[in-house]
Design a protein around this ligand. Sequence first.
Ligand code: PLP
Length: 438
Amino acid sequence: MALIARRMRHLGTENAFRLGDDIQRCLDRGMDVIRFNLGAPDFRSAPHLNRVASDALDAGRSGYCDPAGILPFRQAIADHVRRTRGIDPGPERVVVTPGAKPPIGYTLQTYVNEGDEVVYPSPGFPIYESWVRFVGAVPVPLHLSDERDFAFNADDLAALVTERTRLIILCSPSNPTGGVLTRGELAGIAELIRERCRPDVRIYSDEIYEQILFDGLTHESIASHPGMEERTVIASGHSKGFAMTGWRLGWAVLPTVEEAAIFKRININIMSCVPPFLQEAGAAAYEDPASAPEVRRMVGEFEERRNWIVPALNAVPGMTCRTPKGAFYVFPDVSAMCAGLGVYEAHAALPEAARQRATPAGMLQMFLLYRYGVATMDRASFGRIGAEGQDFLRLSIANSMDDIRRGVARIAEAATDAPGFAEFCREEAAKGDEGLFP
Ligand code: PLP
């Protein structure tokens, strides 16, 4: 009998966390690493919110609480959803979760049986594909292309929806592309869903980047469209927009009270409740007028950095970078850089098993990290199925301008260092199973 249950074979991971070991190895070698890999704002949580949490702790509000979330926080979330999406779920349909990640797994466990089809964006947050496989569903990636600014429309979705579709995952603004679906695109998608999907098909709308939009855009949710509120699980939280990743504050709005009760039951089975003193600060994030200027300042800085880095990356030999409209990532196509550096030849020369595991963009990613001290994320980190031949890197701009400039200068230097790349590959191959591409 095997020690580990079979189902664990299917659980994926998030490379953003795994890359930490490689970065540490570089740091241990005395390298200075610029971390374009991070998916966390480089800002601190706001002092007025920190104070709410520490005051609540000092007042002794440190015990268990309602597993669905404390009522004032759920009310604040419901009010926020009403103001920003024009729908009124009330606190009864809100469940507080430790971050916006848990509702992904909750949704897959609640609605999806083995063999059901799940449509999800690719490139997209890797946890979607991980959970789809874990529950034994059929992954149906909706491939996004840079030529269309990583957006998609009803026709793209129509080609993937079948009788067996159970769940459709949307993410706007998107990680990793920064793509944003417009109100028009969402209206078309909503119409298609109304026409082609049974009422029990659910939409999972990941809106964790809802506050981080550029060029004066405002957030749009599929749930605001006719017939969608009753089919959509909206998920969001405080990690990105309020720079509170470590607080683990997230939430889901469910289509019905009964479905909210299931999410609450999953909370009870896994972690009982989110700490109540953190939830008090979570409510203040939506209610205290001091929050809006903090968010604006941060988003303004992200926009300035985006405005600098996109042309800078487009000036790097072999890189082509679209202008993201939201979130804090850029996602350049690096296929020409791979070609210039000889990455495709090096990839083709790997032994079969190693070639299956590695991707050209992944090899470039390791070269940039181990030789130039620049940590990025490769395309395969954001969904692998059907992504062969797509070579992109994700760079997070949640970094100081100084680091962004230094990082781009290093990438520009690396872009023409074909001899350095060849030597890097030779050295790794000589290490055999200990090398980076075993
Ligand atoms: N959804 C997307 C698209 C994300 O990018 C992330 C974090 O990177 C999450 C969900 C998870 O957010 P949290 O840290 O609040 O769990």
